[in-house]
Design a protein around this ligand. Sequence first.
Ligand code: ZN
Length: 564
Amino acid sequence: MRKALSALTLLGLTMNTGCNTPSPASSSTTSAPAGATSAVVAMLDKKIAQYAPVDISANVDALPANEREALTHMVQAAQLFDELFYLQSWAGNPAMLAKLKADQTPEGKAELHYFQINKGPWDRIDHNKPFLRESVPVKPPQANFYPADATKDEVDAWFKSLKGKEHDAATGFFTVIRRGDDKTLKAVPYSEEYKATLAQAADHLRKAAAATSQPTLKAFLEKRAVAFESNDYFDSDLAWMDINASIEPTIGPYETYEDEWFGYKAAFEAFITLRDDAETKKLAMFGKELQGLENALPIAPKYRNPKLGAVAALTVVNVVFAAGDGNRGVQTAAFNLPNDERVITQKGAKRVMLKNVQDAKFAKVLMPISAVALPAADRAKVSFDAFFTHILMHEVMHGLGPHQVKTTNQPVRKALSDTYSAIEEAKADISGLWALQQLADKGVISADIAKSMYTTFLASAFRTFRFGITEAHGKGMALQFNTLLDRGAFVLNTDGTFSVDDSKIKGAVSDLTRDLMTIQAEGNYAAARELLDKMAVVRPEVQKVLDKLKDVPVDIEPRFTVVK
Ligand code: ZN
C-alpha cells in the first residue's frame, strides 16, 4: 500500500492521503464556466500548472542489449495498463477520452491534458470536482468495480449472504461485481472481465522473460503472465519478493483506493524501474550499523533492544515508466507491496522507493518552497542527498527503539492507541536525524549530509504542512517543528523565514528522540495525548509562510523520456 507511507508523506512527498473524498457540494453536472472560451482555457491552465512537468528517466544505456529488449516488452505491457485503469475507474472513461482526443480546439486540448493527468474527468486534488464543459456524473465511489445501478447496501447484503469460497471471491482483490441475465449479482474474475487486454500484456511479459538472462526476473515475468490468465496472483507475488535484478518491474492489480465503497478491488498499475545500485549499497551499509545505533539511543539503557530482528526489505529504484493507478494525480513516491496477507505472512512485504520521482518532486516543489520559507543564505543548504538519505533512515528507524511497553509487554501501538501513528512517525523522523548525525560523526556517511539535513528537514516540513495536519504525518511534523522552535533550534527570522540554529539543533533532536521513545517504552498515553494536543498545531508564523506558497506547484507531471 502507499497511503500510510510514513517518511514520504511526512516529508510531504506522497500526499495521497489528501483530499480524496468526493465533494458533497458537487452536483451531478459540471460547473465549468459557459461562454468565454478563453476563460475555460485559463481555468484549466491554472489547474494544469499545479503539476510541474518534468522529465523522468533512468540509465537504460547501462543495460546489455537483451535486458533492454526485455525492458521494452515490460514497458509495452505497462502501456496497456493505462487503458485498463481508465476502464476500472469509470465505465464512461474510454468514450470520453476518445472524444477529447478528437477535439482539436484549445479548450478540448486543455481538457484532454487535465483529463490525462487525473485519468478521468474529476479533479483528484480538488475534492473530485468535475472540470470538463460537458456534464458528467459525480465521481462514482464504487468506480467500475460494481454495477452502476447497484447501491452499497445491496452489494453489502449480497456479500453477507455468501459463504466460503464464494464470499472470498466476491470480496477478493481480483473480481468485479456484475449483474447476471436475471439481474442477480455475480463475481467476475479480472481474467475474464479484461481478458483480451490481459492476454496482450501476458504476451509482452513472456517476450520479456525470454529476453532477460536474470533468473529471478524471468521467474517473476513468467509467473505474472500466468496470473493474468489464471487470476491467481499468489505465486507471482512470491516471485516478485524474490526479484534480484537490474530491472525491477511492478505490474499487476495492486492498490484498492479506487474502490471507495469497500476498498476490496485492486486497480491495475505498473512501475517499470531500474534498481539504484548506489542507494542499495548505502542501505546495506546502514544494516551493519543498526545494532550500534540501537545501543547508543539517547534513552534509558533498559529501554534499548539488545538484539534487533531482521530489517524490512527496502529497495531503491528509478522509474522508467509508470502507468494506470501508478500514474494519476499526485505521483507515487514509494510503495509497500504486496497487499495479500498470505504473501506477507510467508515472505513479508517490500518497500520500494522511487528515487528519481522523489528527486523531481524535490526540485519542482521543495526547492520553490525553500525559496519562500528560508532566508536566501540558507537555500544552498537544502540538498537532495540529505533529503533522500533521511527518508531511508526514517524507514530504518521504524525498526529501532521500543516496540513493547517495558512493564507490560503490551505492543506500543496498542498502549498509545489513537496517538500511536503520529508519535511513531515523529519518532522515525527525529531519530532519523539523530542516527544520521551519529553516522556522520563516525565517518560512515559524508559530513555534508549532516551539514545540510537539518535545513533540508526544516524546508520539507512546510510541504507536509501544506496538506494539513489532520492525519498522522502532519501531526507528527507539527509536533517536531514546534518543539524545535520552542527549544530555539529552529528560529523565526524578522522577515518571516525560518533558520536552523546550529548550536542547538543536535541537542534538541537528541532530547526529542529521548522523549518520544520514552513515551513509547512506558506506554504513556496521557503524555502522548498532552504532547499532541499542545504541539500538533499550525502556529500563525507557520501559516504566514503557507499563505505565500499558493503558486508553488503541488506535484509533478512526469514525462517518461526513455519511452517513445
Ligand atoms: Zn514512517
